[in-house]
Design a protein around this ligand. Structure first.
Ligand code: IPE
Ligand code: IPE
Ligand code: MG
Length: 247
């Protein structure tokens, strides 16, 4: 049965976040170098962007490079950065065609200059697009984000722009890298690992989690649709009882 027919267009998660994992294992299984796993992961990225934009997802956040990933071998880090630059170049037309706006979260100032420049370019060229936000987490770590948030809020308190009594969840939200985005509704992790790996700790407070054994380079549109079908079969209670949830 066609998976698309099973999807309720009125219950599409607004914000989907994905931990794209398993590139290295995919390559290893095939006797290939890890870098080839990353390269093949780009296909999955394209399919996922297209699937999410087809369904009308408002925000798609992709975990592309964590603060911890800087500890990988230099050659792998370099290959990932080059792949970022070439993929951004290749995808620009698709972003424009599909009305997708690019943005980033994380310490992008730590990325190589070439990557920063390419990001700036695509962000600028797509800034008026309105159908979906593609949010790339790059040199992103949730704990770093929280440290950064606390520093910025503290500065405002010291400068008397903010009273301690005024600090609430909304103020904290407004100082995170994701300040323009809604909370994550649905978090997907591929490759069978069941952990968060320092991703969006604050923003996933009430997200639904979905883990699949599919390795990221094998992830296709159908896998995304399958995940959405499962999401739509969950009951999100937000602390209430089942009876209180308006059907
Ligand atoms: C995900 O795949 C890509 C990044 C973290 C950049 P991995 O490279 O982590 O693949 P595994 O986990 O080693 O299989
Ligand atoms: C998380 O994957 C980071 C990204 C997908 C970019 P990792 O493969 O780095 O996570 P751990 O270290 O295995 O938890
Ligand atoms: Mg991994």
């Amino acid at each position: 049965m066609n998976l698309l027919n099973q999807i309720d267009p009125d219950k599409i998660p607004k914000h989907v976040a994905i931990i794209m994992d398993g590139n290295g294992r995919w390559a290893k299984q095939k006797g290939l170098m890890r870098v080839l796993g990353h390269r093949n992961g780009v296909k999955a990225v394209k399919q996922t962007i297209d699937a999410a934009s087809e369904l009308g997802v408002e925000v798609l956040t992709l975990y592309a490079f964590s603060t911890e990933n800087w500890s990988r071998p230099k050659t792998e880090v370099k290959a990932l950065m080059n792949l970022l630059v070439s993929s951004l170049k290749d995808e620009l037309d698709n972003f424009q065609k599909k009305n997708i706006r690019l943005q980033t979260i994380g310490q992008t100032e730590s990325l190589p200059k070439k990557a920063q420049k390419q990001l700036r370019e695509v962000i600028e060229l797509t800034k008026n697009n309105t159908s979906m936000v593609l949010n790339l987490a790059l040199s992103y770590g949730s704990r770093e984000e929280i440290v950064n948030t606390i520093k910025n809020i503290s500065k405002k308190v010291v400068n008397k722009q903010l009273l301690i009594e005024e600090i609430d969840e909304k103020i904290i939200n407004n100082h995170l890298y994701t300040f323009t985005l809604p909370d994550v509704d649905f978090l997907i992790r591929t490759s069978g690992e069941k952990r968060i790996s320092n991703f969006l700790l604050w923003q996933i407070a009430y997200a639904e989690f979905y883990f699949t054994d599919v390795l990221w380079p094998d992830f296709r549109k159908e896998d995304f649709f399958k995940a959405i079908v499962e999401y739509q079969n969950r009951e999100r209670r937000f602390g209430k009882t089942s009876e209180q949830i308006i059907k």
